[in-house]
Design a protein around this ligand. Structure first.
Ligand code: PEP
Ligand code: MG
Length: 906
């Protein structure tokens, strides 16, 4: 027997099933499944994806011949069930023809609706429905769609105008109307005539009147659309093979606009916003699907409780509500009961919240579609945990149901939805640190502090931020910068603080002197309100109300569940006791990176630090460092205390020195006086510290190797703090980390300094403490020679910010200038500073881990670049066998969930 090419469905029976997606496409398989479980869907049939392949081998005529008998039988099957006839004038059957691949390719391929209409059938449809406008509007839409899709009249480029749209505009202009729905029946008839004339003129043929001729044209057009440009591009992007092909589903049309016993709507089995287990949705009597979404009529609520809630919000009285906007539960109680029963059935079947479309045609309910519903982060967590408690899914499934990144929404403030819909977008930058912030513009850190002290809410607007801005950033609601990428100073620090930040908004023209910022022609002054969304990168004019995030019991239960399955540990990047405590609260089991440079920027510390840098000789530096030592020791004590019993990796000083010195006259004069040297000396020192490429300059262990006194002081502060806590009975696990090692000798030199200073300290104090010395791997050379380095280093921590910078050769701080173009042109799929480049940078991580463990099998390896909190990168770290990931405090829950998912998916 010849193979089966057509699978029918309808009236509770189907030849296909849900697990036949490869053959029937997602849509075809799902429609079959709905039939099998007793959900009424308009009858139809699916032509398999294999026929698509045959179509490309054999061509139109041969494939039509192969399909003819099966398709004619399948149409007869629909006719029987719908009690109407394809092409019949008095009782016509109209069908839709849709594509459906095994993987969803939204909007990439073509669809034709209302197929089966011609000049006679449209009159029959008018008589049958008593609605000439509906019949003629359906007909003109059909001719237009068919002309565009099947007869190739759709313009191939943006400059050309759709010939049908041109005719519509002409007719509207002649009739003096603005909107399509203002056209009268006579106008629609005129449109159809003109459309058909245009078809004749363009193609040299009459518009096909035969229903079957229309059908074959449409089926082949859907096959053709598998190879249209955007579908090919989409498949390339998503890695979908061309050989899969698309199925074609032909289905009876049903109409919700055939009078007062007809309706159409959309519904959800649970609340997609809050996750509440409450059936809800909207419908309209005597309407078409698009009327519900088009906003021309106010859709009504499906359930009574939903309707009452809506009325309360809209300020509509109960009397008006029940008279003018009754719920479906009240207006169509029997249909409602069936709808409710079936939505429960669908949710139970798919074991997830369903988003469904339905139509009621003359008192009969039809489901057109069901799919797993999109939802907010809060709803995602609640629904997963509710389904678990209700016994619908198991623990592993519950964990896999939550997208880790969606947890972000739960941890940061968000904009009020209504306020946001009325706000004006000024421009867009990079979504550097999530959350929503609204406040008055300030340009300088000290103003931020002053205004904050006066009880004002501020947003700091800067070209870029430097460590000097820390105090201002701390009190600001959010930070907006014109320059800098996702690992720029502003972005990294803001994420650490859990503070909203938009970086690299190139349209910002900041005039620090005038204290104004101009954005595409809009000038805002200091004190004007501005709002930023760190999750999307959008910048809004004025004040947009925000709502605080609330952590639910479901959230902590989900986190506990995740820990049950996780292998990878999650640490945090934190440089203050406060951040460390926040991260502990979110479940971090240690600090993977404590950036000590941030500790030098407050009050007296910065002065001593500047003195150290500007000093003439080592003696001068030692004197200044002695002033810093007690501050540093105190900082470390606080952090060790917050992380009691958990390991704390402290990194030695890393950034280029010029970041610390004063660049303004006032600051330089202050230092000259404090140090008893001339202003000219200070200025010359500052000048000499400037580098052409500071990211590749005098930073990292190059500092410790040229100024070993810094390493000595920091070692003393770290271990001194640990010894003091030991006296108090507090356990500490210090790990001292050397930054930016490229050659093993750089590390060896530093290790010598650290160990000998430690021994000196232990001898002085008469007591000792265990500690480890390891290194960051953030220079490609270090990864390539990891076996040499691991012979000395006791642990590795991958600094994937620098490793990405040096592997790609992209400056971390300047990527914003070309990244948007690269993303748009698809040269880059994602920002490699956000999502670890597994094929390039990831290979260095894998190789270094393997090489390192080849000489030191128990080498502890972690990652502390910004990728440590990004789900796909966390999963990669799990696969490579790292011991831990370390990320900013507010990303800890995301990393914990991603780590659990990686273990479950394995
Ligand atoms: C890194 O380079 O990945 C890193 C964590 O260090 P920093 O961002 O401080 O350079
Ligand atoms: Mg680094």
């Amino acid at each position: 027997m010849d193979k089966k090419r057509v699978y029918t469905f309808g009236n509770g029976q189907a030849e296909g099933r849900a697990d036949m997606k490869n053959l029937l496409g997602g849509k075809g398989a799902n429609l079959a499944e709905m039939n099998l479980i007793g959900v009424p869907v308009p009858p139809g049939f699916t032509i398999t994806t294999e026929v698509c392949t045959e179509y490309y081998e054999l061509g139109h005529n041969k494939v039509v011949a192969l399909l003819k008998k099966e398709v004619e039988q399948a149409i007869a099957h629909i006719e029987t069930l719908m009690r109407s006839k394809f092409g019949d004038v008095e009782n016509p059957l109209l069908v839709s023809v849709r594509s459906g691949a095994r993987a969803s390719m939204p909007g990439m391929m073509d669809t034709i609706l209302n197929l089966g209409l011609n000049d006679e059938v449209v009159e029959g449809l008018t008589r049958k429905t008593g609605n000439a406008r509906f019949a003629w509007d359906s007909y003109r839409r059909f001719v237009q769609m068919y002309g565009d899709v099947v007869l190739g009249m759709k313009p191939s480029n943006k400059e050309e105008i759709d010939p049908f749209e041109e005719i519509i505009e002409e007719v509207k202009h002649a009739k003096g109307v603005k909107l399509d729905n203002e056209l009268k029946v006579e106008d629609l008839k005129e449109l159809v005539a003109k459309f058909k004339a245009a078809v004749k003129e363009r193609t040299g043929k009459d518009f096909p009147a035969s229903a079957f001729e229309q059908l074959w044209g449409a089926v082949c057009a859907v096959f053709n659309s598998w190879m249209n440009e955007r579908a090919i591009l989409y498949r390339k992007m998503e890695g979908i093979p061309d050989e899969w092909g698309t199925a074609v589903t032909v289905q009876a049309m049903v109409f919700g606009n055939m009078g007062e016993t007809s309706a159409t709507g959309v519904c959800f089995s649970r609340d997609a916003g809050t996750g509440e287990d409450l059936f809800n949705g909207e419908y309209l009597i005597n309407a078409q699907g698009e009327d519900v979404v088009a906003g021309i009529r106010t859709p009504q609520q499906i359930t009574l409780i939903g309707s009452q809630r809506w009325a309360a919000l809209a300020g509509v009285s109960e009397e008006t509500r029940s008279k003018c906007y009754p719920s479906m539960e009240e207006a169509m109680p029997e249909i409602y009961a069936e709808l409710d029963r079936l939505q429960t059935k669908l949710e139970n079947h798919y074991r997830d919240m369903q988003d469904m479309e339905f139509t009621v045609q003359e008192g009969k309910l039809w489901f057109l579609q069901t799919r797993n519903g999109k939802r907010t982060g809060a709803a995602m967590v609640k629904i997963a945990m509710d389904l678990l408690h209700q016994g619908m899914i198991d623990e592993k499934t519950a964990i896999l149901r939550v997208e880790p990144n969606k947890l972000d929404e739960l941890l940061h403030p968000v904009f009020d939805k209504i306020a946001l819909s009325q706000a004006t977008v000024l421009t867009r930058g990079l979504p550097a640190s999530p959350g929503a912030a609204t406040g008055q513009i300030v340009f300088f850190a000290d103003d931020a502090a002053e205004w904050h002290a006066a009880g004002k809410k501020v947003v700091m607007v800067r070209l870029e931020t430097s460590p000097e801005d820390l105090a201002g950033m701390q009190v600001a609601q959010g930070i907006l910068t014109a320059r800098g990428g996702m690992t720029s100073h502003a972005a990294v620090v803001a994420r650490g603080m859990g503070k909203c930040c938009v970086s690299g908004a190139g349209a910002l023209n900041i005039d620090y002197k005038a204290r104004t910022v101009e954005i595409d022609g809009t000038v805002l002054k200091e004190g004007d309100f501005i709002s930023i969304n760190g999750s999307t990168g959008e910048v809004y004019q004025g004040k947009v109300e925000t709502r605080a995030a609330e952590l639910s019991g479901d959230f902590s239960e989900l986190m506990k569940l995740a820990d049950k399955y996780t292998k990878l540990q999650v640490r945090t990047n934190a440089d203050t006791p406060h951040d460390a405590a926040v991260a502990r609260n979110f479940g971090a089991v240690g600090i993977g990176l404590c950036r000590t440079e941030h500790m030098f920027f407050e009050g007296e510390k910065i002065k001593a630090m500047r003195e150290m840098i500007l000093a003439v000789d080592a003696e001068g530096r030692r004197k200044a460092l002695a002033k810093i030592l007690p501050y540093q020791q105190d900082d470390f004590k606080g952090i060790f205390k917050a992380m009691q019993g958990y390991p704390v990796t402290v990194r030695l000083l890393d950034p280029p020195l010029h970041e610390f010195v004063p660049h303004d006259l006032k600051g330089q004069e202050e230092m000259a006086e404090a140090m008893g040297v001339t202003l000219a000396y200070i200025q010359q020192r500052v000048e000499s510290l400037c580098e052409h490429n500071p990211m590749l300059g005098h930073r990292g262990c190059r500092l410790g190797n040229t100024y070993p006194e810094i390493t000595q002081m920091q070692t003393r502060a770290i271990l001194g703090a640990a010894l003091e806590l030991k006296k108090e009975g507090i356990t500490t696990i210090p790990e001292i980390m050397v930054p930016l090692t490229g050659i093993v000798y750089e590390f060896n030199e530093q290790e010598k300094v650290i160990r000998s200073e430690a021994e000196a300290l232990f001898a002085e104090k008469g007591t000792r403490i265990e500690f480890k010395v390891g290194t960051m791997i953030e220079i490609p050379r270090a990864a390539l020679t990891a076996n040499k380095i691991a012979a000395s280093a006791e642990f590795f921590s991958f600094g994937t910010n620098d490793l990405t910078q040096m592997t790609f050769g992209y400056s971390r701080d300047d990527i914003a200038s070309f990244l948007p173009v690269y993303l748009e042109k698809k040269i880059l799929k994602v920002d490699p500073f956000q999502v670890l480049d597994q094929n390039g940078v990831g290979q260095l991580v894998r190789m270094a881990t393997e090489k390192g463990r080849s000489v030191r099998p128990d080498l502890k390896c972690g990652i502390c670049g910004e990728h440590g909190g990004e789900p796909s990168s966390v999963k990669f770290c799990h696969k490579v066998g790292l011991n831990y990931v370390s990320c900013s405090p507010f990303r800890v829950p995301i990393a914990r969930l991603a780590a659990a998912q990686a273990a479950i998916e394995e």
